[in-house]
Design a protein around this ligand. Structure first.
Ligand code: GRF
Length: 234
């Protein structure tokens, strides 16, 4: 039985695209498919990407962003929810009903540089302002607090001396596009699970060892294949 994935997004949808493209590479044995894309923004690029793929779309207007969201997702028989740049708070009716099957991707190494109001370029500017040398991407289960759910996987990304928030965002996005689809697929196939004790299980077998990131070109992200080229530390 193939898991039905809903993706919630507020922006351009590159993470949505990465999930769809990754599942395409696994077809016909992907075991999961994106069946719904919903956005609080009627003009979100994510909705355009979904329509281009013939995926059902819904605009989450004010009436649908509250507890009614659970009924909407139920009406699409959703098994797994991926928050791919969704900027609104997800109601507890949803996070509780889909506990252990709702994931979020965040462009920093949580818990650092996370929480309410920390999204988009603000995250990367805070990283630069703090002077840290390593940032990265985090995928975590979603609970009732912003960016605080049990962490599934993280991927380190170097901060370069001449980085701007924009160049850093581009480099971290490559890591997100490598990590998030694999996490969503792992949860959809129930290889990655969240136990009653709040502990995450099954990640070790589901991901290649954390890659040692070659310093990515600031002129543009490396191909994802480069990301995994040296997946084992030298
Ligand atoms: C990503 O950087 C993600 O980490 C954050 O919002 C951004 C969404 O980008 N939550 P996109 O819409 O997937 O391109």
């Amino acid at each position: 039985m193939s898991a039905r994935v809903a993706v919630l997004a507020s922006g351009g949808g590159s993470n949505l695209q990465a999930i769809v493209d990754y599942l395409d590479t696994l077809a016909p044995r992907a075991g999961a498919s994106v069946e719904l894309v919903a956005s609080d923004r009627v003009a979100a690029g994510a909705l355009e990407r979904a329509r281009a793929r013939g995926i059902a779309t819904v605009h989450l207007d004010a009436a649908r962003r509250g507890d009614a969201m659970a009924d909407l997702l139920e009406s699409y028989d959703v098994d797994v929810i991926a928050l791919a740049g969704y900027l609104r708070f997800v109601p507890a009716a949803v996070t509780q009903r889909w506990r252990g099957r709702i994931l979020n991707v965040h462009p920093s190494l949580l818990p650092a540089f996370g929480g309410a109001g920390m999204y988009g370029l603000r995250v990367h500017q805070a990283v630069l302002d703090a002077g840290v040398r390593v940032t990265g991407a985090t995928v975590h289960f979603v609970d009732e607090e912003y960016d605080r759910g049990p962490i599934i996987a993280q991927w380190p990304v170097p901060v370069l001396s001449h980085d701007t928030a924009e160049t850093l965002a581009r480099r971290v996005l490559v890591a997100e596009h490598a990590l998030f689809p694999r996490a969503v697929h792992g949860v959809a196939e129930e290889r990655i699970t969240l136990g009653p004790d709040g502990r995450v299980a099954g990640v070790g077998e589901s991901f290649p060892e954390c890659a040692v990131f070659a310093l990515a070109s600031v002129d543009g992200p490396p191909a994802v294949s480069d990301v995994f080229a040296n997946q084992r530390a030298p």
